[in-house]
Every structure is written in structure tokens, then in C-alpha cells.
Design a protein around this ligand. Structure first.
Ligand code: 13P
Length: 251
């Protein structure tokens, strides 16, 4: 039995006051960590503000980090810096970073190695474009992403990894993949993990779906056998909705 994991990805939203208002509204309404892992991934400036108020059953993640320990990398943040303020998760390879900020499978792979070395739990994002889906290239594309992104990671590490399947055409568009399509692709990702590692690893790894997840479709998505949680953008910005989304995972 895999424990569900619901994570909000706030992207470039919320000032400190807005973040503070949100965390004060949700921190004591999260279900037990024994039943579901609840995570908010914010931009760097409010991470500490959230960590200080996360309560017992909520954890805080970053949306990116650098793969080097330190150095002349203006504007970047290291794994140690995140650890030192109590961050426990980090999103790696979100499609927006791949499309707009030169994130490559090579840098994603280096970041995953660094995150594990520093004991941060990475949420690795993979997913195809609309063109790739229409041309029947989903498995080829995601299979290749996984091979490159996971290169050199051990079975023990991959068991702790969270993968978010986020079809690019469903992000922020209001177009959710049908639960069947989402489940089928998450199932394909699991079969790739079996091929690259083994059955035990494939059974252990948690795979989220992301792309226009909201309170009205979470129940159906969570009922699918290969979907272990959700990575949620827009709908995670509202405190009431986030509480509902997290609670949907424990039903
Ligand atoms: P939306 O939920 O806003 O579609 O965003 C999905 C996403 O990119 C989460 O990482």
C-alpha cells in the first residue's frame, strides 16, 4: 500500500502576507501524516515563513534548486540552503523550467543526485506535449525522460522518489487528462520503473498526476489504481480548496 501524497505548487504566486494568511488557515486542518503526505511547494522567499508554521502534518518544498553545493551561481539556491531552513521536498524538472529556463534532462539528473545526497525528497516532473500525444509519441518521450533523469540512481533512492506525471497540454489550461488517460500513463511510468529497476521498486514508488486538478475531479483521479496523489497548481492557492484536496486523498 502506497501512502498518497498531495502537493501544491504555488509557482510564482503569493507575497509574504498572502502566504502567511494561507498557512494560518490550513496548518491545523491537515489530516494525519500517517494517512497522507501533504506538501506546499512555494517560491524561495516565503519558505521559511511557511516552515515555521507548518504544524505537525504539513511539509514545505521548494520548486527548484541548483546541483552544486555552492559557488558563483548568481540567483541560485543550493540543497544545503533549503535544508538549513527546514525544507524537506523539492520539485525537480517542472515543464515550465524545462521550457523557459533551460532545464535539461542532464541538469535534472544532477539535481536528483544532489537532492538525495542532501536528504531532500525530490518530486520529479515528466510529461509530454500535445503534439507528442497526437503523434503517438507519449511512451517514447516519457520513457526517454525517465532513462536520462534517473541515470545512476539506486533502487533505494528511486523507492523514495515521487514522480509527477504532468501532461504539458493539461497544465493551467482547464483541460484535465481523463482519469483513464492519466492512469494509463502513470501505469506506463510504473512499468518503466520495473524495467529500469524491479517489481519491488515499481510497487513502492509514488506517482502523482498533475494538470488542472481541482476539487471537482480529485476524487475520480484518486480512485485510479496507478495514481498515488496530485501535484496541483492553481487550485492549491486557495486555503479552503487545498484542505479539501488533501482530505480527498484519505477517503
Ligand atoms: P495547474 O493545476 O494550475 O494546471 O498546474 C499544474 C502544475 O503545473 C503543477 O505543478
Amino acid at each position: 500500500m502506497r501512502k498518497p501524497i498531495i502537493a501544491g505548487n504555488w509557482k510564482m504566486f503569493k507575497t509574504r502576507d498572502e502566504a502567511l494568511q494561507f498557512i494560518l488557515a490550513v496548518y491545523d486542518k491537515m489530516p494525519s501524516q500517517e494517512k497522507v503526505d501533504s506538501v506546499i511547494c512555494s517560491q524561495f522567499t516565503v519558505l521559511r515563513c511557511l516552515v515555521k508554521r507548518q504544524g505537525e502534518n504539513l511539509r514545505i518544498g521548494a520548486q527548484n534548486m541548483h546541483f552544486e553545493d555552492s559557488g558563483a551561481f548568481t540567483g541560485e539556491v543550493s540543497a544545503d540552503m533549503l535544508k538549513s531552513i527546514g525544507v524537506t521536498y523539492v520539485i525537480i524538472g517542472h515543464s515550465e523550467r524545462r521550457a523557459m529556463f533551460n532545464e535539461t534532462d542532464e541538469s535534472v539528473n544532477k539535481k536528483l543526485h544532489k537532492a538525495f545526497e542532501k536528504e531532500l525528497t525530490p518530486i520529479l516532473c515528466v510529461g509530454e506535449s500535445l503534439e507528442q500525444r497526437e503523434n503517438g509519441k507519449v511512451e517514447e518521450f516519457i520513457g526517454n525522460q525517465l532513462k536520462l533523469d534517473l541515470a545512476g540512481l539506486t533502487k533505494e533512492q528511486v523507492k523514495e522518489l515521487v514522480i509527477a506525471y504532468e501532461p504539458i497540454w493539461a497544465i493551467g489550461t482547464g483541460k484535465t487528462a481523463t482519469s483513464q488517460v492519466a492512469d494509463e500513463t502513470c501505469g506506463f511510468i510504473r512499468s518503466m520503473i520495473k524495467e529500469l529497476y524491479d517489481q519491488e521498486t515499481a510497487d513502492a514508488i509514488r506517482i502523482q498526476y498533475g494538470g488542472s486538478v481541482k476539487t471537482s475531479n480529485i476524487d475520480e483521479l484518486m480512485s485510479m489504481p496507478n495514481i498515488d496523489g496530485a501535484l496541483i497548481g492553481g487550485a492549491s492557492l486557495k486555503a479552503d480548496d487545498f484542505v479539501k484536496l488533501v482530505n480527498a486523498a484519505v477517503k
